[in-house]
Design a protein around this ligand. Structure first.
Ligand SMILES: Nc1ncnc2c1ncn2[C@@H]1O[C@H](COP(=O)(O)OP(=O)(O)OP(=O)(O)O)[C@@H](O)[C@H]1O
Length: 237
């Protein structure tokens, strides 16, 4: 693929002695929003960890922005938001973001920008430890947006958010993609799939499909991604 930002080849990962990723291959194109979908436990977070270079892999290769995953040269070029944000609970949102901005050598002005982008203006001075689950995950997303990452790897960024906030975050993801940022966004909510340009459907460590939402519906002769997913499972058993 021309303009590939992520290239995964034959990726196999074991965790706790069990195979979690079983020979996964795909590429992610620059400036796209790719959805990583599949049921709980299918390996989405593990795949994301491999892409950001924090997962021990058994075999295969993961290349990001032309470098092997985990390369020191990628540190400032990837933004990663996990499901369990590691933010200091006894700092305010603003203080926590100032800290990460200095670690990442991001401009101080970024702090205000990212707080606004994730809709946390009203909680800028709240202690991180007193935020709700959805607010904490937005604070984690704000950290990922600091600086100018070329690739954003977002693990379930919209989980627990109300429909208005979800809508706003998806609009933000698309505007970032339009400016050339590449986004890989995981979700186990199939209705978020239609918002992605490309979908990676996973099940039990295998990639069942790598297609556009339209392509997937056409190929499986279904109306929505949930039905397509079920059809693919039937075909694969
Ligand atoms: N630290 C760990 N040690 C051993 N096994 C693990 C560990 N973390 C995850 N696993 C296992 O790896 C498999 C894939 O987990 P992973 O977190 O990648 O799934 P997921 O698709 O992201 O799930 P969810 O949607 O629930 O977050 C699961 O079977 C899980 O039990």
């Amino acid at each position: 693929m021309v303009n590939s930002v992520v290239g995964v080849r034959g990726l196999t990962v074991r965790r706790g002695g069990r195979p979690v990723l079983r020979g996964v291959d795909f590429e992610v194109e620059r400036g796209s929003v790719t959805g990583l979908l599949g049921p709980s436990g299918c390996g989405k977070s593990t795949l994301m960890r491999a892409i950001v270079g924090i997962q021990i892999v058994e075999s295969g290769a993961v290349e990001v922005l032309g470098l092997p995953a985990g390369h020191a040269g990628l540190r400032d070029r990837i933004g990663y938001a996990t499901q369990n944000p590691a933010l200091y609970g006894d700092l305010t949102v603003t203080e926590a973001l100032r800290y990460f901005a200095s670690v990442l050598h991001a401009p101080r002005s970024d702090v205000h920008r990212v707080i606004t982008e994730v809709g946390l203006e009203d909680h800028a001075n709240a202690m991180v430890g007193q935020l709700s689950g959805g607010q904490k995950s937005r604070a984690s997303l704000a950290v990922a947006l600091l600086g100018s990452p070329e690739l954003l790897v977002l693990d379930e960024p919209t989980v627990g958010l109300d429909p208005v906030l979800r809508e706003e975050l998806w609009a933000l993801f698309h505007s970032l993609a339009a400016s050339g940022v590449t986004l890989l966004v995981s979700s186990h909510v199939m209705d978020e799939a239609a918002r992605c340009q490309r979908l990676l459907l996973m099940r039990e460590g295998l990639l069942l499909a790598d297609d556009t939402p339209d392509g997937l519906r056409r190929r499986t002769e279904t109306q929505d991604v949930e039905q397509a997913f079920l059809r693919l499972i039937k075909e694969n058993v």
